[in-house]
Design a protein around this ligand. Structure first.
Ligand code: GLN
Length: 288
């Protein structure tokens, strides 16, 4: 079979299995297996695929037909311009979450200590700390060292191992702590950020099979009303924030009113909602 036939066969199988974006995924898997870019593919699509490529590709197509997310098959997802390792122990970083990172960046000051609760793959904390590094090596205009430091916490050991690998992949130093939210956290922070599990339990079975059957349930399930973690984090955060410290949340698009209400009731000021690129409420922030 030629590479082109192999690709078309992959596309057809994904379409039959009703995989959204079948042709894009068929291509990404071929790119992953062969290491070819589009240009190299066009030059050699008439050549026969080796047995090894054929077998590996068909195997991955079969797995994608079972709705295993593409990113768990290729093992990576880009976020904030960095490539992160992902596996079924961590939520796949979402583009929406980049809005959260951008909002935090606007408030960061040199020497800030950041806490990322429910860190998962570590993408939020690493995205923030990497920016501190890039900014100063990038243009050389800013004399100050940002000297940002950070702690990433998660209840899952497997997630934390992934976060640690991602940190070393990007030469980022951070502290990684296993525990239930603030359980093993000490000291104070200028910024606390979290994208906690926020899907109401009853809505989970209605999500795409890629999400509800393959992403870690512990990273999705926000209990009865989806607000369980916002409530706990908001109540405990003031104890760990320095005076004037900031709290940032990613939220589900229908949770803005509830989460702003919680933050205001706990004494946070200038509580504001930021929308994502689709115009949906996505981030809530405020400071002490
Ligand atoms: N912080 C990680 C992310 O934003 C994981 C979030 C989660 O597990 N709920 O991707």
């Amino acid at each position: 079979m030629t590479l082109r036939e192999l690709l078309k066969d992959g596309e057809r199988k994904l379409q039959e299995a009703q995989i959204p974006e079948a042709s894009i995924d068929a291509w990404y898997l071929l790119e992953y297996v062969t290491g070819m870019n589009k240009q190299q593919y066009f030059l050699s699509m008439g050549e026969n695929a080796s047995d090894e490529v054929t077998e590996q590709y068909k195997n991955l197509i079969e797995k994608r037909c079972e709705h295993i997310p593409l990113q768990y098959l290729t093992g990576t997802q880009d976020f904030m311009g960095l490539t992160f390792e992902v596996n079924p122990s961590v939520l796949i970083p979402r583009q929406d979450t980049e809005i959260l990172v951008e909002e935090v960046r606007k408030q960061l000051r040199p020497n800030d200590r950041i806490l990322d609760l429910c860190t998962g793959s570590g993408c939020i904390l690493i995205g923030l700390l990497a920016w501190g590094v890039k900014k100063h090596t990038g243009n050389g205009l800013c004399g100050l060292q940002d000297n940002l430091t950070g702690v990433g916490a998660d209840i899952s050991e497997a997630a934390l191992s992934t976060a640690k690998r991602n940190a070393s992949l990007h030469n980022i130093e951070a502290q990684w702590i296993c525990g239930d939210l603030f359980e093993n956290i000490t000291g104070s922070f200028q910024v606390i950020v979290s994208n906690p599990p926020y899907i109401p339990s009853r809505e989970i079975p209605g999500l795409m099979p890629e999400v509800c059957q393959h992403e870690p349930m512990g990273a999705l399930d926000g209990r009865e009303d989806g607000l369980y973690f916002y409530d706990r984090i908001t109540r405990e955060a003031p104890e760990y924030l320095s005076p004037g410290g900031w709290l940032f949340f990613e939220i589900g698009c229908e949770q803005a009113e509830a989460v702003t209400g919680m933050m205001k009731a706990t004494g946070f000021c200038d509580v504001k909602v930021t929308k994502d690129l689709c115009g949906l409420d996505r981030v809530v922030s405020g400071h002490l």
